[in-house]
Design a protein around this ligand. Sequence first.
Ligand code: PHE
Length: 339
Amino acid sequence: MKEALERIEAQAKTLLEQAQDTKALEELRLRFLGKKGELTAILKQMGKLSAEERPVIGQLANKVRADIEEAIASRAQNLKTELAQKRLAEEKLDVTLPGTHKKLGHAHPLSIVMREVEEIFLGMGFDIASGPEVEYDYYNFEALNLPKNHPARDTQDTFYITENILLRTQTSSVQVHVMENQKPPIRIISPGRVYRSDAVDATHSPLFHQIEGLVVDKGITMSDLVGTLDLLMKRLYGDDCKIRLRPHHFPFTEPSAEVDVMCFNCGGAGCRMCKGEGYIELLGAGMVHPKVLAGCGIDPEVYSGFAFGLGLERIAMRRFDIHDMRLLYENDLRFLEQF
Ligand code: PHE
C-alpha cells in the first residue's frame, strides 16, 4: 500500500507539471484527491491493514494528500505567471511603427455643388423640402397642369410601377406637396433624384438630379425670379456671370422661361463649347400657373409665385469643367479624387 501511495504521488506530480490551464488542474485534483479519486480509493482499503500498519499508512496518506495539494497550488501559481508573461509579450507595442492610415474620403462633385446651392438658398431664407421619388401620377403630372394624354408628357417618359405610380420625372412634384401642406409665404428648395427613360450618353442619364425652387407670397413677380437666379449664378460662378432668359413653355408656369448662363469659356462671345451661342442652358423657370395654385388650395387672386428647376449635373459639369456626364456615375477614383 505504501508503494501504491508513492506511485500516486509521483504520477500526480508528473501530470501536474504537464497541465497547461486551470481546467486541467481541476481535472487532476478530482482524479487524485476527489471523492472518487485514486487516493480515496486506497484509503478505503485501510480496514484491511493491521493495527500497527494503520497509523503509519494513515500518516503517509495524509502527507501524500498534502504534497499533491501543495503541488496543485504551486502549479496554479506558475500557470498564472506564465499566462501573464505570455499576454505581456503579445501585447507588446512598438510605438516607433509607422501606424496604419485611414484614408479620408471627400464629397462627390454632385454633393459638393448640391451643398453649395443649399447654402446659398439657406442664406436667402429658404427652407429645404423633400418629396418621394416613387410618386403618384397626380403629383408628377396631373396637379402640374399636365393631364393624361397631354403632349408635353412625351418629353418626360419614365418608369411606371403601376398605371398611377411612377418614378418622378421632375422635382416639380414637390411643389404640389409643399403647397398642399403649407400656406404662403412659402420659400423652399428641394434637391433630389429624378428619373426618365432616356438612353445614356454624354449629356443624358435615366437617373439625374434636380433642385426645385418655389416661392409663393403676395406680390411676387418675375423680377423676384430673375433677381434670385442672378444672385445664385453670381455666387456659383463669380460676380461677372450673367444670365439670360428665353421664352419657353412649361404647363405649370405662365409665363415660362429657359434660363441660360454665360459661357465660362468665351464670356458670351460664342465659342465651340457653347456652340457659338455664348450662353449655356441651365434651368427652366416661370411664374406658378394660377391653375396649379388653385389646385393646391391657394387663391391665385391673392397670391403669386415663381418656380424653377435646376439640373444639378449641368451645374456641376459647368462648375468643374466636366464634359461627359457618365463620369459622375462611374465611381472611378481617378476621376473622383480630383475634386
Ligand atoms: N420641371 C421642369 C423640368 O424638369 C423644370 C421647371 C421647374 C420649369 C419649375 C419651370 C418651373 O424640365
